[in-house]
Design a protein around this ligand. Structure first.
Ligand code: NI
Length: 378
């Protein structure tokens, strides 16, 4: 099978647009899975018989050595306002993170690798992962066996802030550890005109928000990355009653396990200290989200070198404060996650997000080359 360049690019763009018009939320990617399966099978790729509710794993090549490429396939609960002719046909659901683009890139790489199947020094496993946005998909694929015998894994995210033709990555910590907390302030309600008869949880919650900001500014080394954000406060029903309870919610982003633990410890200390100072109680509920994405130094440098060789303008990436489910693979096996410029005027998770499709074909060629050359490395 050979693809004339124009046809190949158009094919990938057509696939991307079909996925874009038919987005599905995390864990519900049934039609998306069927489409990808069909496209892979039609191109002669082997589908691996894993038991998966959604998502597809395929393979190309022969031999013991295995390199994995991963795309994510889920969309977000956002009403699209990009105005493109192939806008979402599913009300309130949109590929606003570009996972449709990632899927078409790895589909393209699959097709190119199929063409060179006899020359490959091993197998390339192609992971079309569901449920990236709720951080459950990578775990599901690993549980199904998708990393068995894999020596290294690679994946991408498009980067709206970078021009097309630009590539960025970094060795070591890259995307952040993401934690979520809920703080339940229990005071004592009172008449708004007689506050001394209660323990006002609103004044306490206000102090709490300010005190939490001192963790980043006064507890953690200013050269280390940390974000503490309170994103929701709820309490009270009317103007003349001091409520009994206030609830706060927020997130912590870090890149190192020891700092993450220190932040959690400080939040608990501040909560308990303020609670006793105000004669109230504060319950802290903690949810550990995705872990820090840590690129293997060697594979990150290798992925950057290959990018340079195929004509990308490369740069070392800044730390990302967002989370990425790819981190879970890198806890098990080495590999590298990379950023490829998509030049969207609106950012990821924005309703008008519109990545430049010109990135797709080159990225497909890049990942095919990367996998082929990674098979030759020790
Ligand atoms: Ni994403």
């Amino acid at each position: 099978m050979t693809f004339a360049t124009q046809t190949f690019e158009q094919q990938l763009i057509d696939w991307r647009r079909e996925l874009h018009q038919n987005p599905e939320l995390s864990g519900q990617e049934v039609a998306t899975t069927a489409r990808i399966r069909h496209w892979l099978e039609s191109a002669g790729l082997r589908l691996l018989p894993y038991t998966l509710a959604t998502g597809v794993v395929a393979e190309v090549g022969h031999g013991d050595k295995v390199i994995a490429l991963r795309a994510d396939i889920d969309a977000l609960p956002i009403h699209e306002t990009s105005g493109v002719s192939f806008s979402s046909q599913h009300e309130g659901v949109m590929h606003a993170c570009g996972h449709d683009v990632h899927s078409s890139v790895i589909l393209g790489a699959a097709l190119l690798l199929k063409e060179r199947e006899d020359q490959l020094a091993g197998r390339v496993r192609l992971l079309f992962q569901p449920a990236e946005e709720n951080f459950t998909g990578a775990k599901a694929l690993i549980k199904a066996g998708a990393l068995e015998n894999v020596s290294a894994i690679f994946g991408m995210h498009n980067e709206p802030g970078l021009p097309v033709g630009t590539f960025a990555t970094r060795g070591g910590a890259f995307y952040a550890n993401v934690d979520r907390f809920v703080l339940r302030v229990k005071g004592k309600g009172a008449h708004a005109a007689r506050p001394h008869e209660g323990h006002d949880p609103i004044v306490l919650a206000s102090q709490l928000v300010i005190a939490l900001q001192t963790i980043a500014s006064r507890d953690i080394d200013t050269l280390d990355s940390v974000v503490v954000s309170v994103t929701r406060i709820q309490g009270g029903n009317t103007w003349n009653v001091l409520p009994e309870n206030v609830e706060l919610e927020g997130t912590v982003r870090t890149h190192r396990g020891d700092i993450q633990k220190q932040v959690e410890k400080r939040i608990r200390e501040i909560a308990s200290g303020l609670a006793s100072a105000f004669g109230a109680q504060i319950e802290v509920e903690w949810f550990n989200g995705p872990v820090t994405l840590i690129n293997d130094e060697k594979w990150a440098a290798f992925s950057m070198q290959v990018a340079e060789n195929v004509g990308y303008k490369t740069q070392t990436s800044e730390l990302h404060m967002g989370g990425e489910d790819f981190a879970v693979y890198l806890q098990t096996i080495p590999g590298a996650f990379v950023s490829i410029g998509s030049a969207s005027p609106y950012g990821l998770h924005h309703s008008a997000f519109n990545p430049d499709e010109a990135l797709i074909e080159n990225a497909a060629r890049y990942f095919a080359t990367l996998a082929e050359q990674a098979l030759l490395k020790n």
